[in-house]
Design a protein around this ligand. Structure first.
Ligand SMILES: Nc1ncnc2c1ncn2[C@@H]1O[C@H](COP(=O)(O)OP(=O)(O)OP(=O)(O)O)[C@@H](O)[C@H]1O
Ligand SMILES: [Mg+2]
Length: 502
């Protein structure tokens, strides 16, 4: 059976327009008719349209025949499949039957001679040699719609929040799409307000820019991300919680995002206990949802916590298929998949919006040169470093402003704002150089004007860099506050800034 949705669309429109009380539609072999109430309301008809479209799409995906293969062996996480070779290729999905008759979704991740290697999206228990494998046609795709705002979904786009049916859109978005070609993309747009004053000033970001938040464990990456999610000025926020703790998901949605924040957000979740394939898929789905809203002309902020867990999932998959481990056990595909994922964020084409990306990176052992940090830093347009020393001093967010950069600066800010930032950086840097001497009392005040100024302004700068979880600062307020803390007047920075954003 093959349905054509485009054939059906005019019929639906015609019926809706004339308020007939039945809705005829045809397939190649049969005719159908859905009877509507006598005087159907417009919303009812719109609802019917959505349901009908979904049903038709599902019917269209049913193939006329099935291809079966067979499980040969299961080794750890990998399932070896024989048969059906002319139709199996890497990336394709199949369903493996368990002993109790239930089926488990798997993905082909490679080949060893004539044996296909697959990994499961769930528990492999119950699979035995000779188990039936049904090959599925078509790639993985989702059908996002504007109704997804406020919803929490899993790696396949299925609702997880218990709010019931998730309306489906009309256009398919491939979960593992390729990034837009660089030469067709718009330039990075105007500045985006992140709601956190140290980010707005020292690492100002623009729409379509991609930034990384780097730190060791427990220094405040997730908390900083939640502050941005709540206070940013972006139209839509797509949040991918990839491989993080299950406990943090509810905390993030209920406490950090809150009802207001959730209204303009879509949350994609795959917790640490889920199989590697699902964790990797959730990262791709996050970007696919962001791409949908970008194509609707929205300025999307895509937050991902964390890219490291995505890399770890890819490492697990790579090692299962027999890839050689390279640096720190990460396999070569980890380093080829990272840019394919991260490059999907960025400016859109023509009239479409943009995807600004903020990706957290867990730095193993606080070594900022470990392979994933190094690779991600090279791909992105800037990095925000969180420092354990600063967190231990109880200054949150623990951003090391001297170590953090935004590659869109200084061009995105006005001249006076750049001068203000330069001055603040110079003061912080001088203080840092002399910190040891100052602390042990070896510096005598009056010996050097620059050091005297750095010592004088240090408490005010520390105060500026501190922001509680419940406070928010717009771009304008952030620059104003920095100017005030450095004893400058607001007017020095404010007018030029408004001109830049206009
Ligand atoms: N803005 C803040 N204000 C007060 N405390 C904070 C702030 N940010 C982080 N913390 C403290 O740091 C702890 C760890 O924060 P968070 O979970 O955000 O770190 P993380 O870097 O995401 O950790 P992990 O790498 O383990 O995921 C919090 O439980 C909290 O005590
Ligand atoms: Mg975290």
């Amino acid at each position: 059976m093959k349905f054509s949705l485009s054939l059906l669309k005019p019929l639906i429109d015609k019926t809706v327009g004339k308020e007939q009380n039945f809705l005829p539609f045809f397939t190649r072999r049969s005719r159908y008719c859905i009877v509507l109430p006598n005087a159907p309301k417009a919303e009812y008809i719109a609802d019917m349209n959505i349901h009908l479209n979904n049903a038709l799409r599902q019917l269209a995906n049913i193939s006329a025949y099935h291809i079966y293969a067979e499980v040969q062996a299961v080794r750890g996480l990998k399932i070896e499949i024989i048969g059906g070779h002319s139709r199996i290729s890497v990336g394709e999905r199949c369903e493996v039957q368990r002993q109790d008759g239930t089926e488990i979704l798997c993905e082909v991740i490679g080949f060893e001679r004539n044996t296909a290697i697959a990994m499961a999206y769930g528990e492999v228990s119950g699979i035995k040699p000779g188990a039936r494998v049904r090959l599925l046609s078509g790639g993985a795709e989702i059908y996002p719609s504007l109704d997804w705002l406020g919803r929490t979904i899993d790696a396949f786009g299925a609702p997880l929040d218990g709010f019931g049916y998730l309306p489906q859109g009309e256009t398919a978005y491939a979960i593992k799409a390729s990034p837009l070609p660089a030469h067709t993309r718009n330039r990075v747009g105007k500045r985006i307000d992140l709601g956190v004053k140290s980010l707005n000033t020292f690492t100002t970001c623009c729409r379509g820019q991609r930034m990384g938040i780097f730190s060791g464990s427990g220094v405040g990456k997730s908390t900083l991300l939640s502050m941005v999610a709540r206070y940013t000025s972006a139209d839509v926020i797509v949040i991918g919680l990839i491989g993080e703790r299950g406990r943090e998901v509810q905390d993030f949605i209920i406490d950090d995002l809150g009802i207001e924040g959730l209204k303009r957000a879509v949350v994609v979740v795959a917790t640490s206990d889920e199989p590697a394939l699902k964790r990797r898929e959730a990262a791709y789905t996050t970007l696919a949802v962001a791409e949908y809203f970008r194509d609707q002309g929205k300025d999307v902020l895509c937050l991902m916590d964390s890219v490291t867990r995505f890399a770890m999932a890819q490492r697990e998959i790579g090692l299962s298929v027999g890839e050689p481990p390279a640096s720190k056990g990460y396999t070569p595909t980890v380093f080829s998949e990272l840019p394919r994922l991260l490059e999907r964020a960025g400016p859109g084409q023509g009239e479409s919006g943009s995807i600004t990306g903020l990706f957290t990176v867990l730095v193993e052992g606080d070594d900022f040169n470990e392979p994933i940090s190094d690779a991600v830093r090279g791909i992105l347009d800037g990095h925000i470093i969180l420092s354990r020393d600063i967190a231990q001093r109880n200054r949150y967010p623990a951003i090391d402003v001297l170590g953090s950069i935004s590659r869109m600066m200084p061009d995105c800010n006005s001249e006076s704002q750049n001068l203000l930032i330069d001055r603040a950086r110079a003061l912080l840097s001088t203080y840092k150089d002399m910190e040891e001497l100052i602390r042990i009392g070896a510096y005598r005040s009056g010996s050097n004007d620059a050091v005297d100024a750095a010592i004088y302004f240090n408490p005010a700068l520390e105060d500026f860099l501190r922001q509680s979880k419940n406070e928010s600062f717009t771009l304008e307020q952030s620059f104003q506050s920095l100017a005030e803390n450095l004893g400058q007047t607001e007017g020095d920075t404010e007018q030029a800034e408004t001109a830049k954003d206009a």
